[in-house]
Unconditional design. Structure first.
Length: 307
């Protein structure tokens, strides 16, 4: 048994003795947090009640970390976002793949991402999920995040009922196939005014545009051009647009390893869209906390009582 383990056993012993000598009410706290939680407490010098409270708190803190983050912070629900606003030294970037899942290209892209231990965000077309359910499941199984990209990928103006059906049917098939409820929406072609986005906003989706086009859905440009496009157009908080469906994406598959290497060499790490937004939300919270005086001054109802 290691010294650390012995010391933890002693701590538990002390805690138990404390309970025996202490009040009965205090002992009720123990099963709540559980012994494992007491063992996990990071403050060995804590007294009984502190150990119990820490135990309960750490159990709550651990739960969300093991869950894949699929929801965007409230701050961004119903908003249209092109990139995260981060400090220049916050070198994170989000890779996104649209129009899949497709049997060949999605599988190849998943392979590359896995090799590089990168999590990305896939905006799926409902009809493609229906055609390739196993691929959609694999994307989620590999730990990536899903977004809604409509059922038919249409660009034309549509009425509210049609927009609702495009988005809801896709949300349904994604959920039935993968168990994921996504709160991310990307309008096909980036069209914001054909009725789809109005409906998506009414449903509190975050409208996820992009800041960095790889150009992989445009006719010209081989893999080296795509690599150059992404590397040159990237910055902290950028959202990169690529495609794993909607045609032959062999150029994307060819370019992706070099895009990853290039960005890594510049110090970037790769995050999913919810992670990216979480980083921005945290930065904003910290900024607000750091300057409470500014916050007070901005709020006309919060005048000082003794001017
Ligand atoms: Zn698309």
């Amino acid at each position: 048994m290691s010294d650390q383990k012995i010391s933890r056993v002693l701590q538990v012993g002390i805690v138990l003795l404390g309970i025996a000598a202490g009040t009965f009410g205090m002992s009720l706290l123990i099963p709540k947090g559980g012994f494992n939680d007491i063992l996990a407490t990071k403050k060995p010098e804590s007294n009984i009640s502190q150990a119990s409270l820490d135990g309960t708190a750490s159990a709550q803190a651990v739960a969300p970390a093991t869950k894949q983050i699929m929801e965007v912070p409230k701050l961004f629900q119903g908003k249209t976002i092109y990139e995260a606003k981060l400090k220049p030294n916050e070198k994170v970037i989000a890779l996104t793949f649209d129009d899949g899942p497709s049997p060949k290209n999605t599988a190849q892209i998943l392979e590359i991402l896995k090799k590089n231990n990168i999590k990305a965000t896939f905006f799926m077309v409902g009809g493609m999920v229906q055609l390739n359910p196993q691929v959609a499941k694999k994307v989620v199984g590999d730990g990536h995040v899903l977004g809604n990209h409509t059922w038919h990928h249409g660009y034309r103006r549509m009425d509210a009922a049609k927009a609702a059906s495009e988005i809801n049917s896709t949300a349904d098939i994604i959920y039935k196939t993968t168990g994921v409820k996504t709160t991310l929406f990307r309008p096909p072609g980036g069209f914001l005014k054909n009725g789809l986005v109005d409906y998506a906003i009414s449903q509190k989706y975050a409208i996820m545009m992009w800041s960095t086009e790889s150009g992989d859905s445009q006719g010209r440009g081989q893999a080296p051009t795509l690599v150059k496009n992404v590397i040159q157009r990237s910055k902290p908080g950028a959202i990169v647009l690529m495609h794993d469906g909607g045609g032959n994406r062999s150029r994307t598959v060819k370019a992706l390893p070099q895009i990853i290497t290039g960005l890594k060499s510049q110090g970037y790490r790769f995050v999913t869209i919810p992670e990216l937004l979480e980083i921005e939300a945290k930065a904003e919270t910290l900024a607000t906390k750091a300057s409470p005086a500014v916050k007070k001054a901005q709020n006309p109802n919060n005048q000082p009582k003794n001017p």
